[in-house]
Design a protein around this ligand. Structure first.
Ligand code: ACO
Length: 337
């Protein structure tokens, strides 16, 4: 008899990659008017990894994707989705190159752009492919090279962002098995599109010889205005994602939030009445890695024993767009590679 439910997306592999070059807060202080004390106390960040010149987002994505497939015990996937806002080029998408570099042949491959919420949007997209029967396995990669869009003179963004990639493999499975994702809660509000933006270089303000003087090709963020919005949206969507699986928020063993700022993560936990000790903190070592942040934090939690098979986790993000989202799952018996 046919199952009453469409296949559920089940997490069965996890891989990460960080470029080897590390930039500490003290390194930044030698270049910019900032300090280790300011950065740690305002953000919780201690260091970040930065890609060498010539390294592109696809290079990071391929390394993380290869490791995720290895962790899943697979040498192929049916579809590749890359979440990024720093594609190798404005055109084409980065995912087809990643799929080719991974030796996956001519599988469907495309990018999803939702800034720091991109990984959750990509998970939801992959879940749709699996539910529709369009794929049996999907490689979902979050990869960003923010160092390529930061203004070298802007201390407020240079202190925060780092480069990296993280990937998961989702397979079609049963909604009751460990690793099965509940419905991914997503939202957006384009009225806030100016709060996190790269102003120039798109169709609104193309960079041309005659406008080059006033063009701004760098990433800009109005951090203070984003802060409160991020807390509210992440708390709301986390609560809904947990409740959809029949959990109370207090049942959540670990909150794996987008690693934007430790003060934001703690404020989300406070709003949910969850002890702050249940927030996983990874940004002290990697900063905000945008679309890579959640899979990198999941891998760190699993590798360090913070996450055990069977644990109930909620993962949540907020980012440019504005966009936000959350997803809940029971942690499967998966070792990150
Ligand atoms: N070192 C020293 N001083 C600094 C630095 C720095 N690295 N950065 C900023 N300052 C200064 C500012 O210039 C400002 O000085 P002024 O008062 O003389 O103008 C002062 O510190 C206060 O700046 P604020 O921006 O008000 O500092 P705040 O405490 O809000 O911290 C931060 C800034 C860390 C960005 C915070 O607002 C934040 O985390 N916001 C949310 C970010 C977020 O969640 N973004 C969404 C996800 S990211 C994405 O989608 C790509």
């Amino acid at each position: 008899m046919a199952s009453a439910h469409p296949p559920a997306p089940v997490l069965c592999g996890l891989g990460t990659w960080l470029p080897p070059h590390v930039v500490t807060n003290d390194d930044l202080s030698r270049e910019l008017d900032t300090s280790d004390e300011w950065i740690r106390s305002r953000t919780g960040i201690g260091r970040r990894h930065v890609a060498d010149p010539g390294t592109a987002t696809s290079d990071l994505a391929v390394e993380a994707g290869r490791r995720a497939l290895k962790s899943a015990g697979l040498d192929a996937a049916d579809t590749v989705v890359v979440a990024t806002t720093t594609p190798d080029r404005p055109c084409p998408a980065t995912a087809p190159l990643v799929a080719s570099e991974l030796g996956l042949g001519t599988v469907p491959a495309f990018d999803v752009g939702a800034v720091c919420t991109g990984f959750l949007y990509a998970l939801a997209t992959a879940a749709g492919f699996l539910a529709a029967g369009s794929a049996g396995t999907v490689l979902v990669i979050g990869a960003d090279t923010y160092s390529s869009i930061l203004d070298p003179a802007d201390r407020s963004t240079r202190a925060i962002f780092g480069d990296g990639a993280g990937a998961v493999v989702l397979r079609a499975g049963d909604p009751d098995e460990p690793g099965a994702l509940g419905r991914v809660e997503l939202g957006s509000d384009g009225r806030g599109c100016d709060l996190i933006t790269v102003p120039s270089g798109g169709s609104r303000d193309p960079i041309r010889a005659e406008t080059a003087d006033r063009a701004d090709p760098f990433f800009r963020m109005e951090g203070k205005k984003v802060f409160r919005n991020a807390v509210e949206r992440m708390a709301e969507s986390s609560q809904t994602a947990a409740e959809r699986l029949g959990w109370g928020v207090g049942d959540v063993d670990l909150l794996v939030a987008h690693q934007a700022n430790i003060r934001i993560m703690h404020a989300v936990a406070d709003r949910l009445c969850l002890p702050r000790s249940r927030c996983h903190v990874h940004l002290d070592r990697v900063g905000n890695t945008a679309a890579a942040s959640i899979p990198l934090a999941l891998a760190d939690a699993a590798a360090t024993g913070r996450l055990q098979p069977g644990d109930r986790i909620v993962t949540t993000a907020f980012g440019g767009g504005l966009t936000w989202g959350a997803a809940a799952l029971r942690w499967p018996d998966v070792s990150p590679a």
